[in-house]
Design a protein around this ligand. Structure first.
Ligand code: NAP
Length: 314
């Protein structure tokens, strides 16, 4: 259990799931100035316990009485989800419903994270929050089901849909590519899936900023009133756009500049059809983040800039 112990007033408590993950790890630090962050590890609060009706999860929330529940935990193994749909739905839908039910009971606000994979990826423009969903994978469908389940509990909530999350820690595309690019002569990367890499730290910073803004506005009313007004779905992915190929090529180009002595692989673009995977992926993962900017004045960092920052930490 991670707890920064900086504030002890019950009203300040923030329950954070998934602190061992990419985004969760960044949220531990980003949320610390906002209150006492309590982050149970998986053994203390398993989110796959659908059969047990999430007893531990429910008991933890009831005992903690958090003001906010921030939920970046998820079943994120996109390909494995195709053969483990029960587990994906347990974590991505049923646990989210249980969190929402308990939040509703105690009046806590839930901040939840979802994905570009709720869309079918047709078209060439960036998806707005109002556009029709149509997931093409079990993972995407389970995340969409989680969004709906949370909304149906009636708990005050915000859902941040993001894409292509990466950073200097955890399991992610960038770190995998940089490892392989040192080992191989040629890397063939999909160049016809379009989207935006999102830095986990930028996403965590945005989350904290949004929470802080809501708390400031709640001084004149109540947090529930503020969330009633500003809650719902927001798109929050990195600025700009590229393909997996474009992302990998730029990362390796920059690494060549700082480590010219390494024999870096050549990066080649291939079509999705040349790289078959168990789960289908949307060709268009672009998310329109205007609503986030209009409501909270927050623009996510352009992926070129965040890539440089992340590389400087490696
Ligand atoms: N990664 C992406 O490219 C991407 C893209 C779009 C949206 N998202 C969404 O963004 C959010 C954060 O993603 P991320 O990349 O930070 O994920 P991540 O690095 O895979 O971390 C997932 C976290 O969930 C926890 N978790 C998984 N199953 C659990 C269970 N049964 N009980 C308790 N905890 C469990 C993991 O704990 P353990 O360490 O114990 O496994 C880990 O802390 C997720 O909602 C994801 O769907 C991610």
């Amino acid at each position: 259990m991670v707890s920064n112990e900086r504030y002890s007033a019950p009203g300040d408590r923030i329950l954070l799931t998934g602190a061992s993950g990419q985004l969760g790890g960044e949220l531990v630090a980003a949320l610390a100035p906002l209150g006492e962050v309590i982050a149970p590890v998986r053994a203390q609060m398993d989110l796959s316990d659908a059969a047990g009706d999430f007893r531990l999860l429910r008991e933890t929330i009831r005992a903690m009485q958090p003001r906010w529940i921030v939920n970046p935990a998820a079943y994120t193994a996109v390909d494995r989800a195709e053969s483990e749909p029960e587990l994906a739905y347990a974590v991505n839908r049923d646990a989210v419903r249980a969190i929402g039910e308990e939040a509703q009971r105690i009046g806590a606000v839930v901040l939840h994270f979802s994905t570009d994979y709720v869309f079918d990826g047709q078209g060439t423009t960036a998806y707005a929050e109002t556009e029709a969903t149509g997931p093409v994978s079990v993972y995407g469908a389970s995340k969409l089901a989680g969004e709906t389940a949370l909304a149906n509990t009636g708990a005050g909530h915000m859902i941040f849909r993001t894409s292509w999350v990466y950073g200097s820690r955890g399991k992610n595309f960038l770190l995998t590519i940089l490892k392989l690019a040192r080992e191989k002569e040629v890397l063939r990367i999909v160049g016809d899936q379009h989207g935006a890499p999102t830095w986990s730290r930028d996403l965590a910073g945005m989350t904290a900023a949004v929470m802080a803004r809501c708390e400031v506005e709640a001084v004149d009313s109540s947090l529930a009133d503020v969330i009633e007004r500003v809650g719902g779905v927001y798109h929050a992915s990195g600025g700009g756009e590229t393909t997996w190929f474009g992302f990998a090529a730029e990362a390796v180009r920059l690494m060549k500049l700082v480590q010219p002595e390494v024999n870096w692989a050549n990066i080649e673009s291939i079509a999705t059809s040349e790289y078959p995977t168990p789960a289908k992926r949307p060709g268009n993962s672009r998310l329109n983040c205007e609503k986030l900017k209009e409501q909270f004045g927050w623009s996510m960092m352009d992926w070129h800039e965040s890539l440089r920052k992340v590389l400087s930490e490696l």
